[in-house]
Write a protein that binds this ligand. Structure first.
Ligand SMILES: Nc1ncnc2c1ncn2[C@@H]1O[C@H](COP(=O)(O)OP(=O)(O)OP(=O)(O)O)[C@@H](O)[C@H]1O
Length: 409
């Protein structure tokens, strides 16, 4: 993967397509067609993602053939194309999709599943008048007044990254220039500088947590400001709270502002690599979330499926393992079309051994397409996952050890 070749403009997620010309020729041949597709895509969604992977969710199952996971055939093709354009992982993917175990065949999809479960008008790429929220991935650029409102004691750095070398956020100066376009990053050294929900702020103060840990100083504001991130850090450095604090804060805010219609469906899904990890995270999240009356549930193979289906039908934050989550989504017992925050915890453990096709097959069911990912070794992530993350315009935030490093794609 050569992240230096991807240009993303903060806020719009616009990729500068001419860069793809340097990607081994894969893009050149079909440039006109691609540009047309981007244009159409932009018209539909107000955003040029350079990726059609999301289209299967927008278009529903209108294209016929699918696979045993219920993905329409075009989605696979789009993923092939995207990966071919991006980083040479095409061969790996093709092997995977040609592998009968991956379930890619010419069967019709089981049902018009996604369209059946989603809410009317609840569709990415549209303004949803009844919910007053956008379901596409558009991120408005942060205005100067918004930046000013966050507080004075923080470092603003317009950062550009160079490939996957990363940037020391602490030392980067305003004039630091890198290979991709500027993305505004805020680092808040004290809790007051992060505009958390007051209840969350009070709870943190009650817990006696004087300052955000270093990883939290950047990640919490990033998530609060709707950036998509990938981070890595050592055990115990506060990663879990780095995503739980802003998730809960945003949930409470959205509920109060009516940006979140109370649906009983999960606002946030956290995908974990193992059952053990799921249970640990569930306990930790429940302890914190109970304080705010937020319902946390878990989903993994050993829980009775009927009982589990009832549990996940009424929760705000759902933590689960891939197999059970996919099962519940496919059977419509879990409706993930309202998910606003998606977290993949310990992503390296989820992907470093093998790719689980069920992981990718889940995404047609989930409304939130951009990932907030925490792991301990980003370098260990599978090329297929990185290709997928690139398709989604993912900004990558990473703490290898120290200093804090930032990757923006
Ligand atoms: N800002 C903070 N100030 C003080 N304590 C904190 C802060 N953030 C988290 N903690 C506490 O530090 C401990 C470790 O935090 P956390 O679980 O978020 O780390 P982690 O990196 O996710 O760990 P692991 O990799 O083991 O899952 C927890 O007990 C948590 O309550």
């Amino acid at each position: 993967m050569n992240m230096a070749e991807t240009k993303v403009t903060a806020g719009t997620g616009r990729r500068e397509t001419q860069n793809y010309n340097r990607r081994g020729g894969g893009f050149n041949g079909s440039r006109d067609g691609q540009d047309q597709r981007f244009e159409d895509y932009e018209k539909r969604n107000g955003r040029n993602n350079s990726c059609d992977y999301g289209n299967f969710c927008r278009g529903g199952y209108t294209n016929g053939g699918g696979n045993s996971y219920g993905l329409p055939r075009d989605s696979y093709k789009a993923l092939h194309d995207n990966c071919n354009d991006r980083n040479g992982d095409y061969d790996d993917l093709r092997k995977c999709f040609n592998d009968p175990r991956s379930g890619f065949d010419n069967r019709e999809p089981p049902s018009n599943h996604y369209n059946n479960c989603r809410q009317p008008n609840d569709y990415r790429g549209c303004w949803c008048d009844n919910f007053h929220i956008r379901h596409d991935n558009y991120r408005p650029p942060m205005s100067q007044s918004h930046q000013d409102s966050i507080g004075s004691n923080q470092h603003y750095n317009c950062l550009r990254t160079a490939g996957n070398r990363g940037v020391n956020v602490c030392n980067a100066s305003q004039n630091t220039t890198f290979d991709v376009e500027a993305v505004c990053i805020v680092r808040c050294e004290i809790w007051n500088d992060i505009k958390l929900h007051p209840e969350v702020f009070d709870k943190i103060k009650l817990s006696g947590w004087g300052h955000p840990f270093e990883i939290q100083q950047t990640i919490v504001p990033c998530i609060m400001n709707d950036h998509d991130i990938m981070c890595q850090g050592e055990t115990g450095n506060g990663k879990t709270m780095a995503f739980l604090i802003p998730t809960i804060s945003k949930f409470l805010r959205d509920k109060e502002s009516a940006a979140w219609k109370f649906t009983n469906r999960p606002y946030c899904i956290i995908i974990t690599p193992t059952q053990k990890h799921c249970i640990q995270l569930y306990e930790q999240a429940k302890k914190f979330a109970n304080f705010f009356g937020i319902r946390v549930e878990r989903a993994y193979g050993e829980i009775c499926i009927h009982e589990n289906a009832e549990q996940v039908a009424k929760c705000d934050i759902l933590i689960g393992c891939v197999g059970r989550l996919f099962h519940l989504m496919k059977s419509c017992e879990l409706v993930a079309s309202d998910v606003k925050i998606l977290i993949i915890d310990d992503a390296d453990r989820l992907f470093n051994r093998h790719d689980n096709p069920m992981f990718y097959a889940m995404f047609p069911y989930i409304s939130r397409k951009i990932l907030e990912t925490c792991g301990t070794d980003i370098n260990g992530l599978s090329p297929r996952f990185i290709a997928y993350a690139e398709c989604e315009g993912l900004a990558v935030l990473s703490q290898v050890s120290k200093p804090l490093s930032l990757y923006i794609k």
